[in-house]
Design a protein around this ligand. Sequence first.
Ligand code: B3K
Ligand code: ZN
Length: 876
Amino acid sequence: MTKQPEAIYLKDYQVPAFLIDHTELRFELEASRTLVKARLTMRCNPDSHQKTRVLELQGDKALRLCRVSVNDQVLNEQDYKRHDQGLEISHVPDEFILETVVEIDPDQNTALEGLYRSDGIYCTQCEAEGFRRITFYLDRPDVMSIFSTTIEADKTAYPVMLSNGNPVAQGEADDGRHWITWEDPHPKPAYLFALVAGDLKRVEDQYTTSGGRDVALHIYAANKDLNKLDYAMQSLKNAMRWDEEVYGREYDLDIFMIVAVDFFNMGAMENKGLNVFNTSCVLASPDTTTDLGFQRVEGVVAHEYFHNWSGNRVTCRDWFQLSLKEGFTVFRDSEFSADLNSPTVKRVEDVTVLRTAQFAEDAGPMAHPILPASFIEIANFYTMTIYEKGAEVVRMIHTLLGADAFRQGSDLYFSRHDGQAVTTEDFVKAMEDASGRDLTQFRNWYHQAGTPVLAVSDEFDAASQTYRLTVAQSCPATPGQAIKAAYHIPVAIGLLDSEGEDLVLPNGKTTQVLELHDSEQTFEFTGITEKPVPSLLRGFSAPVKLHYPYTRDNLTFLMSHDSDGFNRWEAAQKLAVNILQALIEDFQHGRELVLDSQLGDAFKVVLANVDLDKAMVAKVLSLPSEAYISELSDVIDVDAIHTVRQFVRQQLALQLEAEFVASYQACTLEDIYSPDAASIARRSLRNVCLSYLMETGKQDFLELALKQFHEANNMTDSQAALYIVVHSGYQKAGEVILDQFYQRWSDEPLVVNQWLSVQASNPQAGVLTHVEALMNHEAFNMRNPNKVRSLIASFCAQNPVNFHAIDGSGYRFLADQIIVLNKLNPQIASRLVTPLTRWKRYSADRQGLMRKELQRITDSGDLSRDVFEVVSKSLA
Ligand code: B3K
Ligand code: ZN
């Protein structure tokens, strides 16, 4: 039996015993037999206590070692040890040149980590530990080196050959081959290395930094996609300007390149000077891309660009520090998107994702602090917690310090640590040093997992004109952490009088940040003449669950009066949740479902208010998702949640039919598509109205949806119509337009992905059989992560009623796919396990079925570290 993978611990961190000053690489690219020659200028690390002179290099077991030499002396097999994880060379001198030649097979690399070739394009993915699949190396982020990379390949098949930095030489070679050398002057860890070679075309632009550096901007894609790169280019330039203005950060090379590839495990990768992107995060055109897609392109292009400072110039000491770069960079990109579009809409979107997916993760078997103490496979820790909760933690520092002190803190962090590999502690320390604030207790956010719960109560004493808010905090146990210390939590609040006006608070403003330190704390407000309605956690100032006994009347009052846009939406959500939960209980007790008119009345007011941002109206009208209601449930009753939510949607549709029709018509369409915030808002409100109207079951509205499908001049509207018709159960009409859609777009893989996902997420009965059939469709390819996500992940994560079918068929289907993918692409396989990890949240019958499938995955044998970690932790 193979050895079980073991965990590694943050507490065991040691500085590297050796350093690599220069890394010279030479790639001779050839199908199934690529040679990688590495020449490393190495020396002992003066800061290391380990003086054994044993050099341990990481290297995947698939590397075929052809030659190794130290200072030109070729080593014999007795001079080194080759084992599964690398190479051990004893007795190396203080300073030396290590040369290796290895052979790898990029065509067989279906894990898409290291160097792989897909669709005729060679490309790399090295974060976190992919470089060791390319050559033997000190593959850890605190070893930073200057890279020079030569690539040689066939000239016709690979006219474009790229790597980090600047091209410094190129020439012709024998047999129709050519070569090029790239040099990157900035020392970097191996995870930021990149190589791309293929028949790619590019669009070009130019950017002059505020300091006067002219930067060439190149975005590469397949020839047919060249017309879909303008939006990414504009987003890149916007991001470059924004980072100068908001963070004082300029770009530091003469060239910045982005390459779009179709086979990619995640969204994109911030390799120095050469970002590699999943096509889904860079290609955008009105015909083929939805508004959501445009926003994603803008956000991801900015995110990867921002990493140039938060990640590349200042990098992570070790992978436990991942949130140092990811949390901070997500915070940066979300502020960027907020600035360029609508801050309230962006906040609502971010919080929605956080509260459904991250809160669920925090309550599950994989819960971990944003600074984890251990892991088995780092690839499993690119999580909602590291990214989104990490961003919330940075946001709280921003809230506590204020924008100016935060900027001084980030300036200090960047200047103090430029060119270094550092820790989250270094980040917090810089914030403390620049602001003079004590963040000692705040650090608990880095070390403790779980979502804190705030229970808020209040009292009003008319005689002394005093209003008291009492906040009690607690945090549930998570794996390995039974007891939690109190957090330092910024709670932004406002108080509304009976007219809906904000009271002036002790800070002289209408919003004040209360700082919670104790497990229970009371905040007193004097000079208050009537009991106010509190507006709590404005802007969602902390990633917590907050409970306050709002009445439904309080919530409708806040919906129309709260001056905080986020909390107006939040009041609507709370009202809807309150109503849905009561109906779920009725359903479970076999009582007749009756929706009182309160929610509809509140929605009517919102729909009638022409001054409101239409995007916010659309958000308010959208009921909390089944996933969010699930997250709020003690025991998730999939069928009750689905039935009740559908019932409420239908009742609202009947009650507000006229208003939905009026709003649909009022949201007029432009002749020319534009992805600006106002146009996106109109389209999203229109499509929310249409989706309600379909719930009435009236033929007229089916016709309206079909008309929209056929006449739409953009993908947002045609895809929305497709989704609405298919999901509303008009099977015949749905089949016809699904077919037309596929015929029209079969040459556009990203559109076909949406086509797969609309079908996979369809809640109508019997969809699993259809999904299974689609697995054999020409459009599906198990080796392409985008296809797997669109079909398998959409079914398992976006289709709760079918995935959780009580006969266990959904679970069985998923386990079958995981067992196959475990061999092909462990990272993708491991991500797919997520829905099964949540088994404890369901009723006993489903628990048993889900556990059985987790067990079956374990028993299938030969699990990758990725899948092993998630499955074993889930069963523990
Ligand atoms: N840093 C990369 C993620 C790499 C994931 C490796 N499994 C993209 C990003 O967060 O910007
Ligand atoms: Zn990132």
